[in-house]
Design a protein around this ligand. Structure first.
Ligand SMILES: O=C(O)CCC(=O)C(=O)O
Length: 271
């Protein structure tokens, strides 16, 4: 969809323009109390090198093999570069979902959500037994497919249950800003759960943020980095401005096992 066509739609369309970068968090050098206080104050933790790199790259390889099988990769380009073939964007409900169902069955995609590094991280942060939601999500975002860019929203809109549920957004590979990484609205978790309206893009719902007076933040992610944020933290995706690269990413969710959980979080994503 062109920029002009996007403006003409009745649905919410915001072009996120970050004005600052994330503050780095290092759980090896900072105490759990410091991390908890930062999460409460800023609504997120940007953790460099949290994930196991070998596992992450193996997962990238497996997802890209599926993309190749479905004709999404440029023939002849190195697999791990994730270069788009340039075919018309796959129709969401048919072609995209046909690949996505296979992706969801990858053992590594599901096991990676419960890998030791991230479970230990949350157990230390939240001080208790952790439930990792079985509703694991992966995304393949296409270059310049602007009409499908995730709009600003709060994950609580989708997950309900305990507000103290946290998303870990993890790019499956390096993700510089031009590849369309995650951005979030600094301090927005303090505004509570806000009304959502119909929006373009993944998920199809969003929050209007223009009048909130808060700053959008984003950074370049390296493979292994993760950003963890509260279910009320408003976030969205930057546009993938690259000419030909696929952006692969994961959304995994975590909470204390003793807290309320909505049954939908226990079912697979996408039905
Ligand atoms: O990756 C995206 O486009 C959006 C991710 C997201 O909204 C989330 O992690 O909750």
């Amino acid at each position: 969809m062109s920029a002009t066509a996007l403006q003409a739609t009745e649905k919410l369309v915001e072009h996120i323009e970050p004005v600052g970068t994330f503050r780095d968090t290092d759980p090896r050098a900072e105490s759990p109390e410091t991390l908890r206080a930062r999460l409460a104050e800023e609504g997120y933790l940007f953790v460099r090198g949290l994930m196991n790199l070998d596992g992450l790259l193996e997962l990238r390889c497996q997802i890209l093999e599926l993309c190749r099988e479905h004709g999404w990769l440029a023939p002849g380009a190195p697999l791990m570069d994730g270069v788009y073939s340039g075919i018309p964007f796959p129709a969401h409900n048919t072609e995209y979902m046909a690949l996505y169902r296979k992706l969801q069955k990858l053992d590594l995609f599901n096991d990676f959500a419960r890998s030791r590094e991230i479970m230990d991280f949350f157990a230390t942060l939240l001080q208790g037994e952790i439930l990792c939601h079985p509703r694991t999500i992966a995304r393949v975002s296409f270059p310049r497919n602007y009409g499908f860019t995730t709009q600003p929203h709060q994950d609580f809109f989708y997950i309900r249950g305990a507000a103290e549920t946290y998303t870990a957004w993890i790019p499956v590979g390096d993700c510089p800003r031009e590849l369309g990484g995650l951005a979030l609205l600094e301090g927005s978790h303090k505004h509570g759960f806000l009304p959502h309206e119909k929006a373009i893009g993944a998920g199809g719902n969003g929050v209007r943020t223009g009048k909130m007076g808060l700053r959008w933040l984003a950074s370049d992610f390296r493979a292994g980095d993760a950003i963890v944020f509260h279910s009320h933290t408003i976030h969205g995706a930057l546009e993938n401005h690259t000419p030909d690269r696929l952006r692969l990413s994961l959304d995994y969710r975590y909470q204390l096992a003793k807290d309320d959980v909505d049954p939908s979080s226990l079912k697979p994503h996408g039905g």
